[in-house]
Design a protein. Structure first.
Ligand code: BG6
Ligand code: MG
Length: 215
């Protein structure tokens, strides 16, 4: 019996990838190389510092730990200038309705995100109150595909992992959900998210009843 739904944030509840892309692209351009949309795909679900390492590898650039801290801070400041302007109309179609359905049906909800900006984003979208627990980049140490973020979510909700369904748009996130012993609904392309129990294009394409049937 499904007791809880755990949601990734970026790409499931809201499309922040476009803001990450602009901020990383600017940083790459300052360092003298190009960063493309295809490159950006590699950063989905990946933590900030791991994303920076991938960016530097793409550019063939080596930086010291201090320089990397400075670059990541600069990128984050740029990124935050976008998210601080976000409005509730940027919530992806069906997300708020799905969260409301969970509440109505006694299904517990948690956020499971790699982002250290998750709280700011939820507040801007006026969605904080829809989550019974929030696990994000500020209270996890191991990045997806490690299951830590989702196991901490189940723990905070006080439910066994086997009764949880995770909603994820990143391959690493799907792997994290499966390693946690949870069911997973992929949001996006079936070819990329083939390990998920089912794949849909968005939360507007699925009903809570379809999820409760996942056993
Ligand atoms: C994930 C995004 O949710 O959060 C990644 O998919 C991002 O692209 C990561 O790098 C970390 O985000 P932040 O907000 O802590 O820089
Ligand atoms: Mg995501």
């Amino acid at each position: 019996m499904i007791k809880a739904c755990l949601f990734d944030l970026d790409g499931v509840i809201v499309d922040t990838a476009k803001y990450h892309y602009i901020a990383w692209k600017e940083l790459a351009s300052e360092m003298g190389f190009e960063f493309t949309l295809e490159h950006n795909e590699r950063l989905k679900g990946v933590s900030r510092m791991a994303s920076l390492d991938i960016l530097l590898e793409i550019g063939g650039v080596t930086k010291s730990t201090e320089e990397k801290e400075e670059l990541a801070d600069r990128k984050n400041e740029h990124y935050r200038s976008f998210i601080l302007q976000m409005k509730p109309d940027e919530i992806l179609p069906g997300a708020k309705e799905f969260l409301t359905e969970c509440k109505k049906n006694g299904i517990a909800t948690a956020l499971g995100s790699a982002s250290k900006n998750a709280m700011t984003i939820l507040e801007r979208l006026e969605l904080t109150k829809y989550f019974d627990a929030i696990i994000d980049g500020t209270n996890t140490t191991k990045a997806k595909p490690d299951p830590e973020v989702f196991l901490k979510g189940a723990d905070a909700l006080n439910v066994p992992p086997s009764t949880c369904v995770v909603f994820e748009d990143a391959e690493a996130g799907v792997e994290a959900a499966i390693s946690a012993g949870m069911k997973c609904v992929g949001i996006g392309s079936p070819s990329i998210l083939s390990k998920a129990n089912m794949v849909v294009s968005g939360l507007n394409e699925i009903k809570l009843q379809d999820i409760i049937k996942l056993q």
